[in-house]
Write a protein that binds this ligand. Structure first.
Ligand code: NAP
Length: 414
C-alpha cells in the first residue's frame, strides 16, 4: 500500500513526441510534480526530452531503455502514456505485469486520448488498470480548456440555475492534417479524423451538458448518428503529397478527413439533450480551430480558439522559416495572424495536468477516468457504425463490443 498524500508526484513518460513536449510546457505551471523518467524507442528522442526537462527545471529525469526499466524505477510514482494509439494496450499490459508481480511501485496511470481504438481494447485498458489497483486518469484536455472551465462555471451558476439546464452543445475541431504518418493509417490510429479528433468534441460536449459535480451517468446516451467523408486528401494531388511527406498510401488506403456526428442524451428528468460535433483535417485557416457552444433556454456561450485577443500583422516583406510558434498546426507566417499567448493553458493541458497530479498525489478519483475514456470510445464506435450503415445507432448497443471501423480493418476484412 502506498502512503497518501504524497508531497510530490514523480511522473514517468512513455513517449517523447509532440504531445509529450506539450505536456512538459504545461507542467511548468503545475505544483508538486517532478518528471523523473522517460521511455521511447529511440535514444535520441529520449535524450531530447531529458534535456528539455532539465531546461524547464522540472526535476532530475532519466532516460530508460525499456518499459520494464521505467516501471521498476524507484523514483517513478505515476505513468503518463503518450505513445501512439496502437501501442497503448502493450504498454498497459507491461505496466499491469510489473505492478501485479510486485516489481513496480507505480500507483497511478494517465493516458492520452483516445483511450483505445475499439470498445474491446478500451475495456481491456480499464480492466488492466483496475486489476493492478492503479488510480487512472483519461487525458481529455478540452474538458480543462480555460474557456470551458470559466464558461461552464458561469453558465451553470448564473443562467442554468435560474432558467433551466442547457440542452445543446456544439463542438468542432479542425486543422490541416496530422504531423506523423501513423495518424493517417486507419489500422494504426483506429480510424481517421473521427477517432483522432471527435474524441475531444463528444467528451467536451457531454461535459458541458453535465451539471457541475454530477456523475457522467446522469446523462443517458440514447442515439448516435454519424457521417464520414474524404473532402481533400484523397484528391490525387494531395494523396501524392501524403505519399511524398509520410510514405502513406492514401490513394488506396484512405481513412476519413471529415466527420460529423449527432449524439442524443436524456437527463434524469427525461429531457432531451444533444451534442453536435464536427471535425476535419481539411481546414486551412491560420491554424488549429476549436469552436465550442453551449445553448440553453435563455442563454448561449461560445468560444473560438482563433478569435484571439492578440494578433500580429506581418507584411509580404517579412520572410522567414515555417514554424508553429504562433498557433498549433500553423499554416502561414505572413498577413494578419492570431496568436494564442498561452496555448498550454487555453487548450487545457495545464489545468488537466494540475488536476491529475493533485488527484493522484492525494488519492482522489479524477474528473476523467479510463471509464470515461471507454464511454468516449463507445460514442465514437456508435458514430462509425452509423456512418457505415447509414442508420442511427440506439443505445445500449451490444453490436459495438467487437466493432472495428471499416478504415481500421485489414483489406481482406473490408
Ligand atoms: N490531447 C491532444 O490534443 C493530443 C494532441 C496530439 C496527440 N495526442 C495523443 O498523444 C499520443 C501521441 O501523439 P503524438 O502527437 O505525440 O505522436 P508522435 O509525435 O508521433 O509521438 C509519439 C511518441 O511515441 C514514441 N513511441 C512510438 N512507439 C512507441 C512504443 N512502442 N513505445 C514507447 N514509445 C513509443 C515515439 O518515440 P520513439 O520513436 O522514440 O519511440 C514518439 O516519441 C496519441 O495517442 C495522440 O492521439 C493528443
Amino acid at each position: 500500500m502506498v502512503d497518501l498524500p504524497k508531497p510530490r508526484l514523480r511522473v514517468g513518460f512513455v513517449g517523447s513526441g509532440f504531445i509529450a513536449h506539450f505536456h512538459l510546457a504545461a507542467m511548468v505551471g503545475v505544483r508538486n510534480i517532478d518528471v523523473t523518467g522517460v521511455y521511447s524507442r529511440s535514444a535520441e528522442n529520449r535524450n531530447r526530452l531529458v534535456a528539455k526537462v532539465e531546461q524547464l527545471g522540472l526535476g532530475q529525469c532519466r532516460a530508460h531503455e525499456s518499459l520494464e526499466s521505467l516501471f521498476q524505477a524507484d523514483d517513478v510514482d505515476a505513468i503518463w502514456i503518450l505513445s501512439p494509439n496502437y501501442t497503448r494496450l502493450d504498454v498497459m499490459r507491461v505496466l499491469h505485469k510489473e505492478v501485479t508481480a510486485g516489481r513496480s511501485k507505480v500507483f497511478a496511470v494517465a493516458c492520452e486520448k483516445p483511450l483505445a481504438r475499439t470498445v474491446g481494447e478500451a475495456r481491456e485498458m480499464l480492466r488492466l488498470a483496475q486489476e493492478a489497483k492503479l488510480n487512472h486518469g483519461y487525458l481529455e484536455n478540452q474538458v480543462f480548456c480555460t474557456p470551458v472551465l470559466r464558461g461552464k462555471e458561469i453558465i451553470w451558476r448564473r443562467a442554468a440555475s435560474t432558467t433551466g439546464r442547457p440542452y445543446l452543445a456544439r463542438a468542432a475541431e479542425e486543422h490541416s492534417g496530422p504531423h506523423e504518418p501513423w495518424f493517417w493509417q486507419g489500422d494504426k490510429q483506429g480510424g481517421g479524423v473521427l477517432s483522432d479528433m471527435m474524441c475531444h468534441s463528444v467528451e467536451v460536449g457531454r461535459h458541458l451538458l453535465t451539471a457541475p459535480g454530477a456523475p457522467r451517468s446522469s446523462l443517458k446516451l440514447k442515439t448516435a448518428n454519424g457521417q464520414v467523408a474524404n473532402l481533400k486528401w484523397t484528391r490525387p494531388h494531395y494523396a501524392d503529397q501524403l505519399r511524398e511527406r509520410f510514405g502513406v498510401d492514401y490513394r488506396n488506403r484512405p481513412s476519413e478527413d471529415f466527420a460529423r456526428g449527432t449524439l442524443t442524451f436524456e437527463d434524469e428528468d427525461g429531457n432531451a439533450l444533444m451534442v453536435e460535433a464536427s471535425t476535419s483535417w481539411a481546414y486551412v485557416g491560420a491554424g488549429l480551430r476549436i469552436q465550442l457552444e453551449l445553448l440553453g433556454p435563455e442563454y448561449a456561450m461560445e468560444f473560438n480558439s482563433l478569435s484571439t485577443g492578440l494578433k500580429i500583422f506581418m507584411s509580404r516583406q517579412v520572410t522567414g522559416s515555417e514554424g508553429e510558434d504562433l498557433v498549433e498546426k500553423q499554416n502561414a507566417e505572413q498577413g494578419l495572424m492570431p496568436v494564442l499567448e498561452d496555448e498550454a493553458g487555453v487548450y487545457g493541458y495545464t489545468d488537466e495536468n494540475r488536476h491529475m497530479v493533485e488527484c493522484f498525489r492525494t488519492g482522489q478519483t479524477p474528473l476523467e477516468t479510463f471509464e470515461d475514456g471507454l464511454g468516449v470510445v463507445e460514442m465514437l464506435m456508435g458514430l462509425y457504425l452509423s456512418a457505415e450503415t447509414g442508420r442511427t445507432v440506439h443505445f445500449p448497443a451490444p453490436e459495438l463490443e467487437d466493432y472495428v471501423p471499416v478504415v481500421a480493418r485489414s483489406t481482406a476484412e473490408r
